[in-house]
Design a protein around this ligand. Sequence first.
Ligand code: S3P
Length: 748
Amino acid sequence: MSQPLFEKVAFIGLGLIGSSLARVIRAEHLANDIVASTRSQKTLEDAKSLGLISEGYADPVEAVKGADLVVLALPVRATQKVLEAIKPYLSANTIITDVGSTKGNVVDAAKAVFGDALPEGFVPGHPIAGAEHTGVHAGKVDLFANHKVILTPLPSSAGWAVDKLIQLWQAAKAEVICMDVDKHDEVLAHTSHLPHLMAFNLVEQLAKREDNLDIFRYAAGGFRDFSRIAASDPQMWHDIFFANKKAVLNAVDGFEQQLAIIRKLIEDEDSHALMGLLGHAQAARQHFNHMLAKKPFMEKNKVTQQFTIQPGAKKFQGKFTVPGDKSVSHRSIMFGAIAEGATHVTGFLEGEDALATLQAFRDMGVSIEGPKNGEVTIHGVGMQGLKAPQSAIYMGNSGTSMRLLSGMLAAQKFDSVMTGDASLSKRPMERIAKPLREMGAQIQTTGERGTPPVSITGNQNLKGIQYDLPMASAQVKSGILLAGLWAEGETSVTEPEPTRDHTERMLRAFGYEVKTEGNRISLQGGGKLVGTNIQVPSDISSAAFFMVGAAITENSDVTLEAVGINPTRTGVIEILKQMGADIIVENERIAGGEPIADIRIRGTRTLKGIHMPEDQVPLAIDEFPALFIAAACAEGQTILTGAAELRVKESDRIQVMADGLQTMGIDCTPTEDGIIIEGKGKSGDWSPIFTGGEIESHHDHRIAMSFSIAGLRNSEQIKIVGTETVATSFPTFTELTSIAGLPIQVSE
Ligand code: S3P
């Protein structure tokens, strides 16, 4: 077993916060020993019988002997006395921290004891978590989970001490923020201390009145909400107000000035200005709400996974049905949700991206049955039936969900916030926010690069626009058209090149008229969708990995059944054909409004390098990572141009693929809008093309699957890290590759 973070932890004070942290340390095995000192003998006995501490002492000196972490979890005013007592027993590598609500006075207390030479291990802290209950029994192991903990390292604090405390609090699942002491006290004075002071003071103001009983009896929600925190512990707040006197007085001054302003507006009956002030405050409150709901990203606690593929020749054969189309699955839920009546979906992709969309609509009050074996029934709520979600909508890795929903949510009566995982949080959202704003939406993206979280203020009247798409993006096109469903008049989008048209096709299947005239797609707002049955075809983007796998493997023979061959998606077939692959598209038919076919590929000849046709780029946009693997196995050079969009997918697919290819011994040069790959293939020679090595997938499912396919022609072991995202689009990937003859070892 690895060494715990600490040898011995000593708590001085063991109330709600202290005992909760002790529970975390126990549960996570972060220390070999935990002891405590409190004034109450009963607390110590209780803590012992709860199994939180091995020993309890009345005298803090006894507790800290030999401790490498001392946590002061006692009222702040007692800090100096305790530090004086324990000072002789602290060693150079003891970490001393505290959990008090104010920090300047804790530092002052330490300076009074240690002088200016504060111990290196002294790092004050403030977990912003609490509850109505106090005491050792009230502690909870998850008290700090998803709460903020502020550490205020001092110039004297050592990096190792700060690092260890960060690890400790992260083990408690808290979000750790480091801040300067003064800044902490100023921020808390405004966000916590002033509101408490005002609550106490308001209750006092009302309680002093002679008719107080009546006032309290009739006081409705506003008073109850505002005064809730006046029920807090007076001693604690007395201490805090004194401890943070300077910053609290500043905050009170600011309050008085603002109070005078609003007082005067009422006195002067300045209606215009008063409306301005109230409206501004209301908007700011909404904005704070959004900010409170959103985080830079909310990665679910997902286990990271890796794939390992051994070297050696492999066969690649069989008939397979790959899972349902991701684009069609997303849309089936979205359109089913706003339709009138029920929609029944078969072949639904039970991958995380489409499930994120499904969850989003459940969060907005739509009743959805399934998915079970690819079947989903959505009980549509109609165009006006979506309800405000309780909190931010989490879109995981899915750009399609976020961009299409931006359009839908911009038109709703309620506010909403969308967040995503580490990959989605880096992807551009202004491309959809900008045209939506032109339609009258109020939508904010984050940071200079306009990334998620996306924050939408509802209840805006949208107007149709004519939009010339600056980039070939089906997601942006779809987001605008979806907003157009609620907009006044006509909404139209003109594409620079045709992109996947599932939105147009499926809206028509739901009975909504959509016009396509050349590259211009338009619809009129104000109509309705009628529930229908949707049959989701197999995803050509998932089939692509098997197509490339078969194309680069000698004597392979793979058939992919019932694959969607919508002409806006078949670039991969065209490009592989141009590279000389042996592909037959057979048994073409229509299913659920989309063309499907069986695709058979055989490894009969070596591929050849080509200049990939630019007009096929939007039609193969998701398949390039796999096609780069094909290009590496081809004879001669392959050049891709006009594909800058690849840089803003789940990862920068040009750079990440180039890095991985180079790791595996392929000579390639990334360019601004494409790549040049020197194929290593030789006609009639099926020996390994790739060496091996460790590949980082950068949270991108298609990167992970592409390099897996390279495992059909490797001379050394390939390890791909971060493969958990494969579940976003192709949850059965490794199962099917193993059956075909490419065993992939999956480990966590
Ligand atoms: C998609 C459109 C494409 C594609 C994505 C799915 C869709 O994205 O890459 O996987 O379902 O509309 P862009 O619109 O960004 O090109």
